[in-house]
Design a protein around this ligand. Structure first.
Ligand code: AMP
Length: 392
């Protein structure tokens, strides 16, 4: 059965087609600059990358071209071969604790939550509508970044703010990257050969979050109402003293929107280093003796260690620490520094095992008190799995 994983942004559409249940990725690609000039798409198929420039006024045009390409490439003979389409949704609020089949009520709830994810939820609805039009016979599902975190207890997801804010304004911790935390924790349980586990999953990419996962369920996560909480990220500040915000708005005479941009786009590694949000550039800066790069990296690593230590206590121990996403899978030095910072718990990194990028690997020594692994994430596959399960 063929299942399509879709991630629609306001001007983009990423996709990956799978043969399920074999989990074979058949083809993937991205449509860019939808609704603006110079639109194009790229498709990866059979180890080749095809790029074409084409007019893309709407998401519907992108889907129509995609389906024509799939037929031209001989991947499908007709559209009805695609039985399910899974759409990634950033914010599911308290409504959704799992993947569901799309109906009008589901779309209305995603729309209602747009205030909490203004860049993402409306774009995803556009993607769903376009997909429904072009593939009316496929089962359309929605897979929420927040769903995996819905198992957090009330005392964990509430903020110590006026209690009514949660009910009246939906102010609470929702978390993000849930599809990734779910994928890597499920994979880790497979590796360990059991489900009754205490795991700390570190999704460290340009955006970054850490979750505490007990027996396959999330009990805490570092992102909050929005993705700008918890860890220091590429250009997001993560946890800060909340009162800095009104104080600096007064000092800089900026409005809330401008302040939001500073906290999300001009802070984090970029803000501290003054050089880049990309950890590769920070590593290069450090190799040249750049003090602010060294400082940014120290702060970045310190925050990760703090969260792992906090979740270790909250979980009452830990069976494995998992690194995933761009930095987690690829930055040898960041992983080493984090694990060295946990040596007081008996964690011991194995330099040789850790000298690897992007491959599922045990990176601690055999006598480490807690094993740490790289588990490359695969959010698209997780979306396809959930969608397939709703199609059979
Ligand atoms: P993601 O958001 O998961 O795609 O992660 C993207 C980030 O991963 C980039 O901004 C880099 O900071 C980081 N990254 C990717 N490759 C490497 C690498 N080889 N070494 C260090 N960091 C990397």
């Amino acid at each position: 059965m063929k299942i399509l994983s879709v991630n629609a942004g306001s001007s983009s559409l990423k996709f990956q087609l799978y043969e399920m249940p074999e989990e074979n990725a058949l083809v993937s690609g991205v449509f860019e600059r939808i609704g603006i000039d110079s639109s194009f798409y790229t498709i990866k198929f059979n180890g080749e990358k095809i790029k074409k420039e084409v007019d893309l006024p709407t998401h519907k045009d992108a889907f129509t071209i995609l389906l024509k390409e799939l037929m031209d490439l001989g991947i499908v003979k007709n559209l009805d071969e695609i039985k399910g389409v899974g759409h990634r949704i950033v914010q599911g609020g308290s409504y959704f604790d799992r993947t569901v089949v799309v109906d009008e009520d589901v779309i209305a709830k995603i729309d209602e939550l747009s205030a909490l994810a203004p860049l993402h939820n409306p774009a995803a609805i556009v993607g769903i509508r376009a997909s429904q039009e072009v593939m009316p016979n496929a089962v359309q599902t929605v897979v929420f970044d927040t769903a995996f975190h819905q198992t957090m207890p009330e005392e964990t997801y509430l903020y110590a703010l006026p209690y009514e804010w949660a009910s009246e304004y939906k102010i609470r911790r929702y978390g993000a990257h849930g599809t990734s935390h779910k994928y890597v924790s499920a994979r880790m349980n497979e590796i360990l050969g059991r489900n009754n586990t205490k795991l700390i999953t570190c999704h460290i990419g340009n955006g970054a979050s850490i979750s505490a996962v007990k027996d396959g369920k999330c009990i805490n996560t570092s992102m909050g109402l929005t993705p700008n909480a918890g860890l220091i990220m590429g250009s997001r500040c993560g946890d800060i003293d909340a009162t800095i915000v009104p104080y600096m708005m007064d000092k800089l005479k900026v409005n809330s929107k401008e302040m939001d941009t500073i906290l999300n786009k001009q802070s984090g590694l970029l803000g501290v280093s003054g050089i880049s949000s990309d950890s590769r550039d920070i590593e290069e800066g450090i190799s040249k003796g750049n003090h602010r790069c060294e400082l940014a990296q120290k702060m970045y690593v310190r925050r990760i260690i703090d969260y792992i230590a906090k979740y270790y206590v909250e979980l009452g121990g830990c069976d494995a620490i998992i690194f995933t996403a761009g930095v987690g899978e690829n930055s040898i030095s960041t992983r080493r520094e984090v694990l060295d910072g946990l040596s007081v718990l008996g964690v011991k990194v194995d330099e040789e095992r850790n000298n690897v990028r992007g491959k599922e690997t045990l990176i601690t020594s055999d006598d480490s008190s807690i094993p740490a692994y790289i588990v490359p994430t695969d959010e698209e596959l997780m979306i396809a799995r959930d969608t397939y399960n709703l199609c059979i």
